[in-house]
Design a protein around this ligand. Structure first.
Ligand code: PDD
Length: 281
């Protein structure tokens, strides 16, 4: 696999990052995941815009322009022959020559940038989407700026492990009684023809897939309600689903052991998945 590191395209085993990189030492970095279908980037502009916002919120400079970023994405997709898969991008606050909590001077320490592709044949036609996934609820103990897409992913990883131990596929996080989001996706419930999802704030990541799916839902005359919901309300919903760049729209068929809609995907989530795949590719 060819990867991109700080201005160079290299075979993955020749790519190097300093041990003093603040991404490595302090999780001082941001990332994006963009999916690829038919060799084309999906929702790239949205991911690029959110990256810029994440960088701005953390006072971090981008080492590349927006045009260069797109060109690097395309080049990696081409070089690695990706038909269906993902491009991962990470920018960190670079590698000062030592460990220090204080941010380094950006003039002396340029930010680091890494991109690589992940080949995922069958991503669009994922058989899991036909069955749906089972989730458990866990406390949301993450920090207060979940709107910034940082590489601090230890708790989400632990959440996936808790789910796995409980015999489930993923976890939804709950704060002050309300669902915030999934470990790596946005969370929705469906009641009748109404789609309910938490509104945007610093409490959740502003999903790029979320924005597109809600737009398509409204265009298809579905009702969208952006408000908080509890796990109890979710367990009594007709349907539930999650969205992300890596899963698109994925039905949820069980919450904390309670099956939804007889434990099989309902009408709305599969329809939204279809619309999303049709409209975005
Ligand atoms: N995760 N919420 C969280 C906490 C996420 O990590 C993600 C994405 C989303 C969905 O955002 P988007 O629709 O822009 O992908 C919501 C990516 C896919 C990941 O970490 O792999």
């Amino acid at each position: 696999r060819t990867v991109y590191v700080n201005g160079e395209y290299l075979p993955e085993n020749e790519a190097k990052i300093s041990i003093f990189d603040r991404g490595f030492l302090m999780a001082d970095g941001v990332y994006e995941v963009t999916s690829v279908l038919d060799g084309k980037l999906i929702d790239f502009d949205g991911h690029a815009a959110r990256l810029e916002r994440s960088l701005g919120e953390l006072d971090m400079a981008s080492p590349v322009t927006a045009e260069e970023l797109l060109a690097i994405h395309r080049e990696l997709v081409a070089r690695n022959g990706i038909d269906e898969g993902m491009v991962y991008l990470q920018i960190t606050r670079g590698a000062p020559g030592d460990r220090d909590f204080v941010f380094p001077d950006p003039e002396e320490t340029p930010s680091s940038i890494v991109l690589f592709t992940q080949d995922k044949p069958g991503l669009a036609d994922n058989p899991v989407a036909k069955k749906g996934i089972r989730i458990i609820s866990i406390d949301d103990i993450r920090w207060g700026r979940r709107d910034i897409k940082t590489v601090q992913l230890l708790y989400p990883s632990m959440g996936k492990m808790m789910a796995r131990k409980a015999g489930a596929d993923d976890a939804w996080m709950v704060e002050d009684g309300f669902v915030t989001e999934g470990t790596s996706n946005n969370a929705y419930i469906v009641k009748g023809n109404r789609i309910i999802t938490r509104g945007l704030s610093n409490d959740i990541l502003h999903g790029i897939t979320r924005a597109a799916v809600l737009r398509f839902a409204r265009e298809a005359q579905m009702e969208v309600e952006e408000r908080n919901f509890t796990i109890e309300e979710a367990r009594e919903a007709d349907e539930a689903f999650v969205t992300s760049a890596s899963t698109f729209v994925m039905p949820v068929v069980e919450i904390d052991g309670t099956p939804l809609g007889g434990g099989v995907p309902g009408r709305v989530a599969p329809r939204l998945r279809e619309i999303y795949l049709e409209e975005s590719r």
